[in-house]
Design a protein around this ligand. Structure first.
Ligand code: XUL
Ligand code: CO
Length: 443
């Protein structure tokens, strides 16, 4: 196979030059080869390029068409264009030092007139992807199926009122699982884009939730039957495109999975912009998933808090990311997950170079947050503060409460005969925020 090095010819592989470098196309903080706790930083952060934004995004919005024109998109045969595009994508992943990529089935290969034709297109491009993965070492973090763009899915896929659409979606996910396995995908994601409703006037909510759960059980059963060992992930999002989505946030996702006996098969893929759309912080969603032992992966992006929709921007907010990283590291990391840049260029950012600036910023912000979080956890000041705050539960009657030895009668007796009125203690929020600031600004 010919070596593909022609698509970003003016841009060399991005090097780590350190925080003092003033070169825009260099990493200041992300040093993939630096050994941290016995393994390269690249293996801790497991960055991934999102195929749909980086290589299918055109800059279009509801008010106007695309603005981004890539030279490799020219060509009459869509499968040949898909293969060339894929070569550009692998060159980009290598040059940006991202060890992973992620895709929806329809991102990488064009949809045909029939399911059989779509599957043939996919097979042709997947064979090419397999060769490119072998040649470059870039791996598949996760695969998924696009069950939201085609008009057949306008009223949902597994939650569609028409069983025919459920069947079609099942066939599509079956194939997406096959190709994810074929490419060594380490996870498989379900984002329920149209698995929700626009109005309850036409919706049987209970039946739709039952159908969604049935679909997920069928996916788990099929995956097991073909020997797919990857981790299944649910990606919650409260709304957009639908008014209400069933995987609203992590807490409602946990309740859903437990209700239907799916909790041992799924973890969560948490997206920053989806967290804020649900009225939560990014760190909150991570903590809720971690508390249930279900933290799986991250879709790394940011929303604009002044806008009420999913703007999918690259995140350079080091404060937000440091807080997130503290929670991720405390939870023991992401396992087979990673940080996938589900983020897109702004409509006027039309140069190929902008793709590099965007990812460099996102990777540097995460790498800096990773270092800061490690320092904060190593010094343990916040953890000690929190541990001390709950210390009354470590011994005596507090311990009896936690272990189930105490009851309302024994606690009443204790208060009446011994304890009396509790003494209020400060939560010291301002002190803690100042402490965080001293880490963020190097003092
Ligand atoms: C949409 C979104 C998706 C999922 C994959 O908001 O985040 O791209 O990440 O289907
Ligand atoms: Co996402």
């Amino acid at each position: 196979m010919k070596k593909s090095r022609a698509y970003f010819s003016g841009i060399p592989t991005v090097a780590h030059e350190g925080p003092k470098s003033d070169r825009a196309l260099a990493f200041k903080h992300y040093n993939p080869d630096e050994i941290v706790d016995g393994k390269p930083m690249a293996e801790h952060l497991r960055f991934s390029v999102a195929y749909w934004h980086a290589f299918r995004g055109t800059g279009s919005d509801p008010f106007g068409p695309g603005t981004i024109v890539r030279p490799w998109e020219a060509g009459k045969d869509p499968v040949s264009v898909a293969k060339v595009r894929m070569e550009a994508a692998f060159e980009f992943c290598q040059k940006i030092r991202a060890p992973f990529y992620c895709f929806h089935d329809r991102d990488i290969a064009p949809e045909g007139r029939t399911l059989a034709e779509s599957n043939r297109n996919l097979d042709a491009v997947v064979a090419h992807a397999k060769q490119l993965q072998q040649a470059t070492g870039v791996k598949l973090l996760w695969g998924t199926a696009n069950l939201f763009s085609n008009p057949r899915y306008m009223c949902g896929a597994s939650t569609n009122p028409d069983a025919h659409v459920f069947a079609y979606a099942a066939a599509q996910v079956k194939k997406a699982l096959d190709v994810t396995k074929e490419l060594g995908g380490e996870n498989y994601v379900f984002w329920g884009g149209r698995e929700g409703y626009e109005t309850l006037l036409n919706t049987n909510l209970k039946r739709e939730q039952d159908h969604l759960a049935r679909f997920l059980h069928l996916a788990v059963d099929y995956a097991r039957s073909i020997g797919f060992k990857g981790q299944f992930l649910i990606e919650p999002k409260p709304k957009e495109p639908t008014k209400h989505q069933y995987d609203f946030d992590v807490a409602s996702g946990i309740a859903f999975l437990r209700t239907y006996g799916l909790e041992n098969h799924f973890k969560f893929n948490i997206e920053t912009n989806h967290a804020t759309l649900a009225g939560h912080t990014f760190q909150h969603e991570i903590e809720v998933a971690a508390a249930a032992g279900m933290l799986g992966s991250i879709d790394a992006n940011a929303g604009d808090l002044l806008l009420g929709w999913d703007t999918d921007q690259f995140n350079t907010d080091v404060r937000e990311l440091t807080l997130a990283m503290i929670s991720i590291l405390k939870a023991g990391g992401l396992g087979t997950g990673g940080f996938n840049f589900d983020a897109k260029l702004r409509r006027p950012s039309i140069d190929p170079e902008d793709l590099f600036h965007a990812h460099i910023g996102g990777m540097d912000a995460y790498a800096l947050a990773f270092k800061l979080a490690r320092r904060i956890l190593a010094e343990g000041k916040f953890e000690k503060f929190v541990a001390d705050r709950y210390a009354s539960f470590d011994a005596g009657f507090g311990r009896d409460i936690e272990t189930g030895k105490a009851n309302f009668r024994s606690l009443e007796k204790l208060v009446l005969t011994k304890l009396g009125e509790p003494v209020p203690k400060s939560g010291k929020q301002e002190y803690l925020e100042n402490l965080l600031m001293s880490y963020l600004h190097g003092a």
